[in-house]
Write a protein that binds this ligand. Sequence first.
Ligand code: TYD
Length: 134
Amino acid sequence: MPSVDDCQIITLPKVASDRGSLSFVEANGSIPFDIKRIYTTYDIPTDAVRGGHSHIEQHELVIAVNGSFEIELDDGKHKKTIFLRKAYEGLHIVPGMWRELKNFSSGSVVLVMASDVYKESDYIRDYELFRKNR
Ligand code: TYD
């Protein structure tokens, strides 16, 4: 069974100069899955809670490209909360993790890189069902 400890922060390269900073992700093994989809969430009310699901097979890398928020991870046995606020840090979320994104700062932008295209069949959105399968 996957554990919250399998979800780790990946520090991306950062090229800083007096013209600003640049970070990147490449399909060369720098993250542990191939990216097939990128999506963003933005205009998020500060009291909103996003996520509220787990994935069956998909991996994700979640980056706070602007602002900050918390990600609460739950593997059915243990929970772990991670605070993201740096555009060069991505949280790798392995399959089988219930996740909730909350405590958004104003103007937060969430960038997610996912290992597959959007498939509703890969989601578990019922927490009781998620727990039952742990
Ligand atoms: P949802 O899973 O509720 O977003 P979050 O995890 O950020 O809370 O998705 C919101 C809606 O967007 C839902 O109807 C599914 C749709 N959606 C897509 O069409 N494509 C995508 O890549 C994603 C992530 C969601």
